[in-house]
Design a protein around this ligand. Sequence first.
Ligand SMILES: *Cc1c(COP(=O)(O)O)cnc(C)c1O
Length: 454
Amino acid sequence: MSWYQSYLPLLEKALRKTDAWRSKFGDVQNWPDDNSSENEISDVIDRLQKRLEGNYPFHHPQYAGQMLKPPHPVAWIAYSLASTINPNNHALDGGPPTSKMEKEVVKRLAKMVGYDTPYLGHLTSGGTIANLEALFVAREIHPGKKIAASSRAHYTHSRMCRILNTPFLEIPVDGQGVPDIDFLNRHKDEIGTVVVTMGTTGLGTVEPLADLLNWAQKNGVRVHADAAYGGFFNIISNHLESRRHWEVLNEADSIVMDPHKHGLQPYGCGSILFKDPAVGKFYSHDSPYTYFTSDDLHLGEISLECSRAGASAAALWATLELLPLTRTGLGAVLEKSLEAAHKMYDELKDSEYYEVYQQPDLDILGYFPKGEAKNVSEVSRLSKAVFEKGMEQPEDGFHVSLFRVSAEEFLDRFPEYVADEDHVTILRSVLMKPEHLEFIPELVQRLHQKLSEV
Ligand SMILES: *Cc1c(COP(=O)(O)O)cnc(C)c1O
């Protein structure tokens, strides 16, 4: 029996109990109620099921392409169950139990990052909105000043600055992906906030938060940590080369983390934390509806989004009850991904046919086929060919992704190559499933096989 099927009885049992709770309020002739519509639903679901088979096998370790994986069964059960009630965490009235759960999980996140004094925080529908909130507050605190982020930061930052009508400044990085402090010094009078990415979306690079905080504190600049991807690795930071940067995460003014990236959640779950709860004043609004039953600060009063799925809070709450934010809880899951990336690094490092692009900070590895001719166009051509070839046959194939870097950056690492083009495309693998660890030898073997066929 599959993973999901074996958990299905738990969902059924919980649904039955929830139905019993519903019936306490008296019988309702629910819609739809007749068999014909049941048959119609069955037909639609059949067709949906078929269409969903058009997905790549996100659940399988042969899928090592983008940041995608199915949620933990407990998250899926909790989400499904709560969605039959459909609470709205916009306001306490919209879902008292799930609002309480949201406060509890946010408290756990705050504790994980070391915010031990009063903070402000809530869940969001994702990292984009969470970052928007952080940049919105940054703009309110330093009006007219620039928001700076490295060229490796998620593209959402520059785009959100356009939405916020705030000037954006791109910080150049060196060949190792380290933001240029001299550049920051030259622009220090213009900058109000600097964004530091803890695990870049491209190669999972942890930017040097300790150094950037040091610079920012000296210059009265605000620091926002975008840990949408990497945040949960804080639990096992003792195992990371970048540990000194995680140790000071609690000094960042705001932090974004995505439970739907590395927190085993279905999509629709990001989070934002602010070190200073007083920033809640920037969210103030005067709504004539909702908010009747409590004097507490409502989640809807500290969030830019209005309606939000209470089911997301339920799912994260249930997951963290099972797998707390500790070394032996969620940490044990993340450790395997980290190990997988290092294992793949070790195997490809000694390969005759592939070259590793970087030592992985987290669980994302860049690499490329060596080829005969030492020029970047040949690297790009072979990378694309292997990428395509891997997807041809599901039985012995794989799904990896492509990543584009400037030829200048590439040559910084591999000076023996000739830059016959401006950019070079390499291969990239996101090894975010614990199942990847065991599969690495097989994946590497398949990569060699497919390269020999192109
Ligand atoms: C994924 C990601 C985002 C965007 O978050 P979404 O949840 O996709 O909206 C922002 N920053 C980083 C570093 C990310 O990895």
